[in-house]
Design a protein around this ligand. Structure first.
Ligand code: SAH
Length: 245
């Protein structure tokens, strides 16, 4: 059943209005008809099973049959702090992170990131990342649309992440603490934040700064993963260890 995100103000007691591009998509591309079923999400973890009551090309009215909490949302927040790689790689990281359950993605500027764009280009890129996140969320049936936040510098990112239930830095030179070890510690978690370095990795100073702040480094195994592989690996591992029955 196709799924659409609709802002809460278009959701009434027994019907939902779908406007704009989505209405066109339902009518023209999907060629749906009155009576066809669809799933609508209020972008805040609630899904509505509906059928189409009427459509006139611009507005699709969907009648609510049933509503229930989105089953696709993890019970805790997961924030991916990704040090900016080359642009196409970030596209993939955003898409895969959304599919794999991230709540938000924060692009981070660390010392080995490739020199950054000017303000206008950054804004354009941010719109693009958020568009990718929206499409991915819709495609995989999320109950929220994860945000790709504004870029921040590494030290600020560490401070922001410090107070989460679990915070860690993925570091290939860590040989004692593994991701599995850290996630196996049986504690209730409400939020997980983790950092992935850019193509050139983290500098020694950056790792030292995290250590001083009490943020541990973890290993993702014996193989060195590319930056775009690390976040999907971590999110999959969290899902496997904490979400799957
Ligand atoms: N500096 C390295 C590799 C960087 S890999 C080099 O050039 O050889 C990019 C990022 O992915 C790293 O900064 C780290 O955050 C993560 N990463 C990759 N493999 C990892 C591993 N085995 N354990 C932990 N983190 C890893």
């Amino acid at each position: 059943m196709p799924k659409f995100f609709v802002p809460p103000e278009q959701i009434y007691d027994d019907e939902i209005l779908i406007l704009g591009e989505d209405a066109q998509h339902i009518t023209r591309s999907l060629r749906m008809r009155v009576g066809d079923q669809l799933l609508i999400c209020n972008m805040n973890k609630r899904d509505y099973e509906c059928h189409i009551a009427s459509m006139d090309g611009k507005v699709v009215k969907a009648e609510i049959i049933n509503s229930f909490p989105s089953v696709t949302e993890p019970e805790y927040k997961i924030i991916v702090y990704q040090c900016l790689p080359k642009s196409e790689k970030m596209d993939v990281i955003v898409q895969k992170s959304v599919e794999l359950g991230a709540t938000s993605i924060v692009p981070v500027i660390s010392s080995r990131c490739i020199p950054q764009l000017d303000k206008k280009a950054r804004e354009k890129r941010s719109e693009r990342f958020n568009r990718i996140a929206y499409e991915a969320a819709k495609q995989c049936g999320r109950g929220i649309v994860p945000r790709v936040e504004e870029c921040i510098d590494y030290a600020t990112a560490l401070e922001n992440a410090q107070s989460d239930s679990i915070t860690f830095i993925c570091y290939e030179n860590e040989h004692n603490q593994s991701l599995k070890g850290l996630l196996s510690v049986n504690k209730a978690i409400s939020s997980v934040s983790f950092f992935v370095g850019p193509e050139g990795g983290f500098s020694r100073e950056e790792i030292d700064l995290a250590t001083e702040m009490g943020i541990p480094t973890v290993s993702l195994g014996t193989r060195i993963l590319r930056t775009e592989t690390a976040s999907p690996f971590v999110l999959s591992a969290i899902s496997l260890m904490r979400e799957m029955k």
